[in-house]
Structure formats: C-alpha cells, structure tokens
Ligand binder design. Structure first.
Ligand SMILES: [Zn+2]
Length: 174
C-alpha cells in the first residue's frame, strides 16, 4: 500500500472533523456527517527548457527532497492567482537568477510529487524559453547547482520525475 496516497493520508473531514470522510471513485471525498464534498484535483506546475549557444540543455540539481541530488528542469508549482507564464518567469528567476525573454508552450505530462508524506498529482506544462543571457547565473532557492548537457550525454536514470524525463526526450527529438 502506498502510504502517501491522498485516500490514506486524508482521514478526517477538514470542515467538521468527522472520521466518516470517505474516498469516492472520482478521487473526491464525501463527509458522512456534514456532506462536505472535497476534490483532490491535479495541481499545475511548469518547467522551462532552456539551451545555451552550444545547444546544451540547462538542467538543475535538486537541493531538496524528493529526489535530492537528481536532475530536474527549472520550474515549480503554479501559485494561486498566478498564470502558468508568470510561474515560469518567477521560478526561473528564483532558482537561477535568469530573466526569461521569450517562451512558447511545448507539451504537458501528468506527474506525481510526494512532499511531506503526501502525494500531489500534478499537470506539468513545459515551455521552450530563451533568456536574456547567462550572466550572473546562480543556483539558489531549492536547487543546489545546475549543468548544461548535450543530447548524447543525457542519463535519463538521473532525471527526477517521469514527466520531466519525457519532456527532455521530446525536446531533443523535436
Ligand atoms: Zn464533515
């Protein structure tokens, strides 16, 4: 049994505290006491595909769990009241100090992200981006470093998350 699944972690109604908070087939929960109906919908996240002048792809090294030390694309969760594009620009600035100049939507994949013992189902949206320049670039926030990798040197077993692996594959094959 996967102890991080919402159906296992969520045991009480968040409105009235009743233990009769039952998982439904559609991934929602219904409270048997107050009839509160709660959906655990997919959360949106963004990822940036950025290459340098040698056509090497920028990958970050995760500085936090899950998958600390593994490779990732710059990006993160879309916050409330934020567009995917705003999240993209904010995350790349926060993690690397880079300014995105231009972007275009590329592809999306579903993913699962376990944080604090709770699995969040996500919809990861990838954008192909260009940055103003790489001057003053610095690993910060939740990443520990970064690398530029050529298509033939990518070790997919070192990339965190099935959605990120597929985005990198799609990008190099496009
Ligand atoms: Zn309730």
């Amino acid at each position: 049994m996967d102890r991080t699944e919402p159906n296992i972690v969520i045991r009480y109604c968040p409105r009235c505290g009743s233990p009769h908070f039952l998982p439904q087939k559609d991934h929602s929960f219904k409270c048997g006491s107050c009839e509160f109906h709660f959906f655990t919908n997919s959360a949106a996240a963004v990822a940036a595909l950025i290459i340098n002048e040698k056509k090497e792809l920028l990958l970050t090294v995760r500085g936090i769990e899950p998958d600390k030390g593994m490779l990732d694309l710059p990006g993160g969760f879309v916050e409330r009241n934020e567009s995917a594009e705003e999240a993209l620009i904010r995350e790349v600035r926060e993690e690397l100090g880079l300014e995105i100049e231009d972007y275009r939507y590329f592809v999306s994949y579903p993913n699962e992200y376990v944080f604090s013992g709770f699995k969040v189902y996500t919809t990861d949206l990838a954008f192909i981006c260009t940055v103003r320049d790489f001057q003053g670039m610095k690993a910060q926030d939740d990443i520990s470093s970064f690398v530029f990798i050529k298509k033939e040197d990518v070790d997919y077993s070192k990339i965190s998350g099935k959605s990120i692996r597929r985005m990198v594959q799609d990008f190099f094959n496009s």
